[in-house]
Design a protein around this ligand. Structure first.
Ligand SMILES: [Ca+2]
Ligand SMILES: [Ca+2]
Length: 200
């Protein structure tokens, strides 16, 4: 009787291990984390570089500063997000933002781009900004994000919104653009975190 119980216990443990394995596989198959920024350093989770960019680095009246912020979108006390302090308040045409390499990632198993966004209530923030996705042809495919608040919010964008992407099997870059048309106020701070591709 004792032997039977041990056998039964082992069988149950084996079933649980298989079950957890299947669940873990299903989770990883449905979502690819591109960047959680939780190391507080480069590169992103798929080995891609990232940073802030300026239309004209010599024009001190405009620019975008990237830094790591301890305000993690997933509530991880040890995690980080990306903070973008933008300034498009300039006598000159102004745009700037954030770029992140996708390292030729094959996105064909997925159909949705996700990320978390939050405005900094203290610094002020635009409720609207543009993002761009590029495949290896580098043609920017734009999408306007709106409705930003001072709380973390998940933004999910179906791939079909990015109409100029021709080859989903090799993506090059994810870009955030602050410009003097969409950005109001023209200076402020936006937090970005947990950039993923998912199948929904
Ligand atoms: Ca994070
Ligand atoms: Ca300025």
């Amino acid at each position: 009787m004792k032997k039977f119980n041990i056998g039964l216990t082992l069988a149950l443990v084996a079933l649980m291990v298989v079950g957890f394995g299947v669940a873990a596989y299903a989770a990883s198959a449905n979502e690819l984390v591109i960047a959680d920024f939780d190391t507080g350093d480069k590169p992103n989770n798929i080995g891609g570089d990232f940073g802030g960019w300026d239309k004209d680095p010599n024009d001190e009246s405009q620019g975008c500063q990237m830094s790591f912020d301890t305000d993690d979108s997933q509530g991880d006390a040890a995690g980080y997000s990306i903070r973008l302090d933008y300034d498009v308040d300039s006598p000159n045409p102004a745009y700037n933002g954030f770029w992140m390499k996708l390292n030729g990632e094959d996105a064909t198993p997925y159909n949705t781009l996700n990320f978390y966004v939050k405005g900094d209530a203290k610094a002020g923030y635009t409720k609207r900004f543009k993002i761009e996705l590029k495949d290896m042809t580098n043609k920017p495919s734009a999408y306007i994000v709106s409705g930003v608040t001072d709380q973390w919010q998940k933004i999910s964008i179906p791939f079909e919104k990015f109409r100029r992407i021709e080859n989903w099997n090799a993506l090059n870059e994810f870009v955030i653009v602050f410009d003097d048309i969409n950005s109001s106020p023209k200076t402020g701070s936006i937090l970005i975190d947990q950039v993923t591709f998912s199948k929904q």
